[in-house]
Write a protein that binds this ligand. Structure first.
Ligand code: ATP
Length: 199
């Protein structure tokens, strides 16, 4: 099976794109969803994170407060590295496990930090979704409580657009209307079906 790693900066449109691939029948593994499952109370990563960050990152119900954690790690590079050290290997292992259970011509693995986190070795091809920073900032602010400064800190912690584009096999520019995405995703779907037949 051809494994496509889909990545892009915050607010670039990864979810909008992966939803369209799913509608076309492609299996989608979303590492954000896996990350959420890995930090549920009782999971090893929950205990590890609590050990490193303390109870300030827990909500009243004892579950991890992801907003608090996100603010902490994007203000502190060392803490971010510690969180990544806990999460990335566990997520990668779970992605590999799920890939083994999928039968399809190709599948999409959504990894926000694909380039940054050593996930490149479990994918065959990298698809980068991209849009200018101003556009991404506008989208993120429209749908979250993050301040402009917080979004800029997240931009700074992620690979920059040039770096991502350099590593890409395919680039989907998502600056235009949402409606344009359907055609762009359909064209990539045809490409991936063709490539999977050639393997
Ligand atoms: P994150 O990294 O924060 O998870 P993401 O890369 O998955 O974000 P999406 O959630 O797909 O990005 O998109 C961010 C927001 O921008 C969403 O509210 C989405 O509906 C909107 N959006 C995405 N693409 C477009 C577009 N082409 N035109 C207008 N709005 C868009």
């Amino acid at each position: 099976m051809l494994v496509i790693g889909l990545t892009g900066g915050i607010g670039s449109g990864k979810t909008s794109v992966s939803d369209r691939f799913a509608k076309l029948g492609a299996p989608v593994i979303d590492t954000d969803v896996i990350a959420r499952e890995m930090v549920a109370p009782g999971m090893p990563a929950y205990g590890d994170i609590r050990g490193v960050f303390g109870d300030v990152v827990l909500g009243r119900d004892g579950t991890l407060d992801r907003d608090t954690l996100r603010k902490l790690v994007f203000d502190d590079d060392r803490k971010r590295a510690e969180l990544e050290r806990i999460l990335h290997p566990a997520i990668k292992q779970e992605v590999s496990r799920r890939l083994q259970g999928i039968v399809a011509p190709y599948c999409i693995v959504v990894v926000p930090l694909l380039i940054e986190s050593g996930f490149t070795d479990i994918v065959d091809r990298i698809l980068v979704v991209d849009a200018p920073k101003e556009c991404r900032l506008r989208r993120v602010r429209a749908r979250s409580e993050l301040t402009e400064a917080q979004v800029h800190r997240i931009f700074a912690a992620q690979a920059n657009s040039e770096e991502r584009r350099r590593r890409a096999d395919d680039i989907l520019d998502n600056e235009g209307e949402l409606a344009e995405l359907d055609d762009k995703v359909a064209a990539l779907h045809r490409l991936y079906m063709r490539l999977s037949e050639q393997r």
